[in-house]
Ligand binder design. Structure first.
Ligand code: AMP
Length: 172
């Protein structure tokens, strides 16, 4: 089944003024209610990362987990979780950042990755890029490197993917 961008776009639901006035929220939950769409999306990432020299899949709380878990499972790679602050037990490091709507902090367990690991970081959507950049900072802070940041949806008007690329990390 090849990736049909038009079809996948038609499945994503756009909700104006949620969670705050002025935000057009791109709701990906219908993708997971549509096995054809979810399979198409997962396969696009799996095909790409099957060819690459990577050691780990990292994914961002919470919708990134949906994609990350499928991809890591299919590629037989370890999955690491970048979570909202306060959710992970054990020793962690956190990074604060600004979001399209508000501020937040993400966290990772200190033993999630180690020096030399090559990580693909997955989320559902890149808006300002703040979340992904904070996640990259955490992964890099543990000595690993982010080989690529990947998301289903980019909001290029908010310039986030450009900001990530400006740090030398490719965005897919
Ligand atoms: P950012 O850090 O600004 O790139 O925001 C990306 C994160 O916030 C992702 O985890 C998205 O799930 C969420 N997000 C930001 N803006 C939107 C939007 N317009 N629609 C859906 N999710 C969004």
């Amino acid at each position: 089944m090849s990736y049909d961008e038009h079809y996948v776009k038609s499945v994503v639901r756009s909700i104006p003024d949620w969670p705050e006035p002025g935000i057009l929220f791109r709701d990906i939950t219908p993708i997971f209610q549509d096995p054809r769409a979810s399979r198409m999306v997962a396969n696009a990432f799996i095909d790409r990362y099957m060819q690459m020299d990577i050691t780990h899949i990292a994914c961002i709380d919470a919708r990134g987990f949906l994609f990350g878990a499928i991809i890591a499972h299919q590629l037989n790679k370890p999955l690491i979780l970048v979570r909202k602050k306060g959710k992970l037990p054990g020793e962690t490091i956190h990074q604060d950042y600004t979001l399209e709507y508000g501020t937040a902090s993400v966290e990772i367990q200190k033993d999630a990755v180690t020096a030399g690991d090559k990580v693909v970081l997955i989320d559902d959507l890149i808006a300002t890029g703040g979340t992904a950049l904070a996640a990259c900072t955490l992964i890099n802070g543990l000595g690993a490197s982010v080989v690529e940041v990947a998301a289903l949806i980019d909001l290029p008007d908010l310039n986030g993917s450009q900001k990530i690329q400006d740090t030398g990390v490719p965005v897919y």
